[in-house]
Write a protein that binds this ligand. Sequence first.
Ligand code: PLP
Length: 450
Amino acid sequence: TLLTPNSPTAELQALDAAHHLHPFTHGAGLAEKGARVVTRAEGCWLTDSDGNRILDGMAGLWCVNIGYGRSELADAAHRQMLELPFYNTFFQTTHVPALNLAAKLAELAPGDLNHVFFASSGSEANDTNLRLVRTYWQEKGQPERQVVISRWNAYHGSSVGSGSLGGMKGMHAQGGMPIPGIHHIDQPNWWSEGGYATPEAFGLERAQALETAILEIGPEKVAAFIAEPIQGAGGVIVPPETYWPEIQRIAKKYGILLIVDEVICGFGRTGNWFGSQTYDIQPDIMTVAKGLSSGYQPIGASIVTDDVAKVIENTEFNHGYTYSGHPVACAVALENLRILEEEGIVDRVRDETGPYLKERFESLADHPLVGEVKIVGMMGSLALTPDKVTRAPFAEPGTAGLICRERCFANNLIMRHVYDRMVISPPLVISKDEIDTLVERARKSLDEAL
Ligand code: PLP
């Protein structure tokens, strides 16, 4: 017999430990402690198998933008499963949810990003992008343009291709990454790495590292640059204001394609539909996933410009996933976008709850453990430090963050830690009262971590 959400926690944990391998987890360590079993959720609140109510300061994994428990999305999935649960979009077929969602994304995306290639996740979409940009240059008669430049500490996914595009050294150390043809430059993390300069000067310096890399590799060999508007999984690293305009200038100067990974920043998280609008970036390709369906169904996509689509459509692009444009995922995403639009959720983040969260979250700057507070829209981070003046790292990097995260957990708040940066990314529908609760619980957890 199957266990249920009402089964005793010890039984659920024991079965989990016996058979379930968890992502990004030290398995033996977890088995000893037992995983926290989340059983239900509503709005911004999770319930675990012991009946605790936990405020989800991470929107799952940066994805449940409209909050939990929206029956409209369940109804959309149900209707679509009865009507057409699956059909593919290969070999000259299409279906209604995929064509409607592609058209809707073309309408929402800025500029002439009018064409959509579907995947089931951000990782898959970035794998698509790697092949797209290389194919683009082959078709343009410049087949030597194959190198993609990315950044250290970027996160673009966990497949071999997208993990190679990412700049997580811990991931590269396992399983043969990075694959050839990918070059990493330094990130614009002013607080940790650039305190010797003003943020503006440092932003320019780190952007100009792109030009240096292009010249070293040879401009005729560079296909694209990929980056997140704000690095999310790397610790919510908000770039100085000078960074993106300079990147844009350099990409244009050398004619390289700009892939903007909006998997976290997309669909309202920064207070606009896309982070590219917040930073006035003109991407050639945008990666989306997560908030596209608010995590209710696995779906991702590459949205490309008219120019990129025209070149790719000139050949047969030998690439695709069984679930590219899965009808149920597309139907759920469409319903999610309808809710985001009709309920004015993105505008509320920009004009109301985002500014309120900023004010409240920034009040944590006076805490003895907090060196830097950064927040844009509904994504933010606290850099922990033993010394606010020298910004010295802790003797054992990551330990303070881990302790703080565990204190948050004990205080029924989900915050994540990335080494010694504490990050938040709550559902976009979080209320002002819930924001107060989040900040109070974060302060209490910081106090207990001291
Ligand atoms: N790109 C970014 C910016 C991400 O944050 C993530 C996931 O966190 C991905 C890509 C990978 O997406 P997925 O986990 O859906 O494969």
